[in-house]
Design a protein around this ligand. Structure first.
Ligand code: MF3
Ligand code: CO
Ligand code: CO
Length: 288
């Protein structure tokens, strides 16, 4: 239903808030306008990293559970219900629910939606793509990941975009090493994406994550040199989450103040992992 005559998405109807058992601890921002400023560090002890890995695994497994339900005819709110159930049944809180007023337990970003699509009664159709972004909060720490899925069969141009966006994340991760500046990550991603003429989204970035959902540390996905010159150090935890497009990197925001689309309505894909910096490179903390 929610597509206009040009095939572009329009806002659907958002269902009621899903409950979370009161036994599951909430992040501090739930029930407030927004998070308190984060005053901690982006570096974590081995014990804390193990806890972030546990939250990250729940997020990754929840994304897989949602992925198994993706087919033509399913609605994004049905996918939200599956992700929500998975996260709470593993004793975790779905970090997006109540974050700055966000109403759902995952982000479902379809076709031209770059990020932060709200699950609603949108029916997925053959040839669509949908990004599922889930963050789980357990033991006081968040793990954040996302995957783009193809609904049925898509065009070669679209499947290539999805596979190359996955590869751009892999290249960004490989660029991580102690002693380098964080701007090496976006340089690796953008130089790969440019080969194919893809747009690289600039205004939504990776971020420090752990005790805070978004710590304040910013990880650009484009070549920002030398503006973002934070030096990468062992024990640092952050996400890399490139968004590539078949057209422009410019964007529009829907009236819901969440849904971000490409300005030209071109198709866009994203992949995300939470990582910890090691002595030699990076280890992914959001593996199933
Ligand atoms: N998980 C998203 C990220 O990668 C953030 C979603 S915030 C929300 O940073 F409120 F939109 F859900
Ligand atoms: Co993130
Ligand atoms: Co995310």
């Amino acid at each position: 239903m929610p597509k206009d005559s040009a095939g572009h998405l329009v806002p659907g109807t958002v269902s009621a808030t899903r409950p979370v058992p009161s036994s599951i601890p909430r992040p501090e921002y739930v029930g407030k306008k927004g998070p308190s400023p984060f005053t901690g560090s982006d570096g974590y002890s081995p014990e804390k990293i193990a806890l972030i890995r546990e939250s990250g695994r729940i997020a990754a497994q929840a994304i897989q559970a949602v992925g198994r339900a993706i087919r033509p005819g399913v609605t994004t709110e049905e996918l939200d219900a599956i992700g929500h159930e998975f996260v709470i049944s593993h004793g975790a809180y779905p970090s997006t629910l109540g974050y700055r007023g966000y109403p759902k337990s995952l982000c479902s970003s379809v076709n031209e939606v770059i990020c932060h699509g709200i699950p609603d009664d949108t029916v997925l159709e053959n040839g669509d793509i949908v990004n599922i972004d889930i963050t789980a909060f357990k033991n006081g720490v968040h793990g954040d990941s996302n995957v783009t899925f193809i609904v049925g069969e898509a065009s070669t141009a679209v499947t290539d975009l999805v596979e190359r966006t996955r590869e751009s994340l892999a290249r960004g991760i490989k660029a991580v090493a102690p002693g380098r500046e964080v701007n090496v990550i976006g340089r690796a991603i953008e130089s790969y994406a440019k080969r194919f003429g893809y747009g690289v989204v600039r205004d939504f970035t990776g971020h420090g994550v752990g005790e805070a959902f978004h710590s304040g540390l910013i990880i650009p996905h484009y070549d920002s040199a030398p503006a973002y010159n934070t030096v990468i150090e062992p024990g640092m935890v952050f996400t890399i989450e490139p968004m590539l497009t078949l057209g422009t990197h410019e964007w529009d925001m829907w009236a819901d103040d969440w849904t971000v689309t490409t300005k030209d309505k071109s198709i866009t894909a994203q992949f995300e992992h939470t990582l910890v910096v090691t002595e030699r490179g990076a280890e992914i903390l959001t593996l199933p």
